[in-house]
Ligand binder design. Structure first.
Ligand SMILES: [Zn+2]
Length: 70
């Protein structure tokens, strides 16, 4: 079992031993729908449907943490 942090409530979210990019799960605490956006280290992010169209681009952006604004 692998654990990652829910980006919404910071609770530990458990995943299968072999998570894959784009895998979806629901945080058991806040019930937010999340998806795997990075594997090493494992990182979760909110599911945003419009990103499905721009999947490759999204991966690049999320690797650098989109909340960081300089
Ligand atoms: Zn949560």
């Amino acid at each position: 079992m692998i654990e990652a942090r829910c980006p919404s409530c910071r609770a530990a979210v458990s995943l299968e031993s072999n998570p894959v990019m784009g895998q979806r799960m629901t945080c058991q605490k806040c019930l937010t729908e999340l998806e795997v956006v990075w594997l090493y280290p494992l990182e979760l992010d909110w599911v945003e449907e419009n990103h499905l169209l721009l999947k490759t681009e999204v991966k690049k952006k999320t690797s650098g943490r989109r909340r960081t604004v300089n």
